[in-house]
Write a protein that binds this ligand. Structure first.
Ligand code: PEP
Length: 250
């Protein structure tokens, strides 16, 4: 039985003090709620948020990382730095990184290898654009991104990977995939994972849905057989809505 996981991707929102305020509102709302939950604030808030999360089961993560351990990579963070900042999760291959920062499947693969070696729990994002969907290329694009991320990795090293199916046309647009559209993509992903990694590993891997998840659509999405929680952008920026979405995964 897979446990749902709900993660908040705060993107480039919240100063450190705003982030602490949001955490202080969120903590009481999620006390005792037994859903694996993580928040991924901007790197400038990690230290303050880590301290603010003391005593809470909410996990901490980052939105990106570099695959190298250290070096001349201006603006980047390594897995070791992220761990030392108290993080357990890292979002990899988000469509905004692919679209605006040229992130490729090969980079996602290197980052995934580095994150797993460090003991971080990666959340690997995949998803098609509207043009790709309309051209009937969902399978080619989404499975290509998964295959690219897994290149050279053995099945037993990727059991902890969390996948996030995030159709690009649904991110930040207010247009959510219907539960049926999302479930169809998740089921396709899981059968591809079974081919790549074996049925047992694939059956245990969590696949989140992301793309305009809100309190009023979360329960229907999360109740689908192959949807194991969500990766939440805009609705993670307010305590009430994020807590309601987390509770929808119970
Ligand atoms: C995201 O950026 O991962 C996301 C799902 O955003 P939103 O919920 O705002 O669509």
């Amino acid at each position: 039985m897979r446990k749902a996981i709900v993660a908040g991707n705060w993107k480039m929102h919240k100063t450190a003090s705003e982030a602490v305020e949001l955490v202080s509102e969120l903590k009481p709302l999620l006390t005792g709620v037994e859903v694996e939950t993580a928040i991924c604030p901007p790197a400038t808030s990690l230290q303050a948020v880590h301290a603010a999360l003391a005593g809470s089961a909410i996990g901490l993560g980052v939105q990106n990382m570099h695959w190298e351990g250290e070096g001349a990579f201006t603006g980047e963070l390594s897995a070791g730095m992220i761990l030392a900042a108290g993080c357990s999760y890292v979002i990899l291959g988000h469509s905004e990184r692919r679209q605006y920062f040229g992130e490729t499947d090969e980079w996602v693969n290197r980052k995934l290898i580095s994150a797993l070696e460090a003991g971080l729990r990666p959340i690997v994002c995949v998803g098609e654009t509207l043009a790709e969907r309309e051209a009937g290329r969902i399978e080619e694009v989404v499975l290509g991104q998964i295959g690219g991320a897994l290149m050279g990795l053995e099945a037993d090293s990727v059991t902890d990977v969390v996948w996030a199916y995030e159709p690009v046309w649904a991110i930040g647009t207010g247009v959510t995939a219907t539960a049926a559209q999302a479930e169809e993509a998740h089921a396709m992903m899981r059968s591809f994972l079974a081919e790549q990694l074996g049925a047992e590993v694939a059956a245990g891997q969590r696949i989140q849905y992301g793309g305009s998840v809100k309190p009023d659509n979360a329960a229907e999405l999360f109740s689908q057989d192959n949807i194991d929680g969500g990766l939440i952008g805009g609705a993670a920026l307010a305590a009430e809505s994020f807590a309601a979405i987390v509770k929808a995964a119970l």
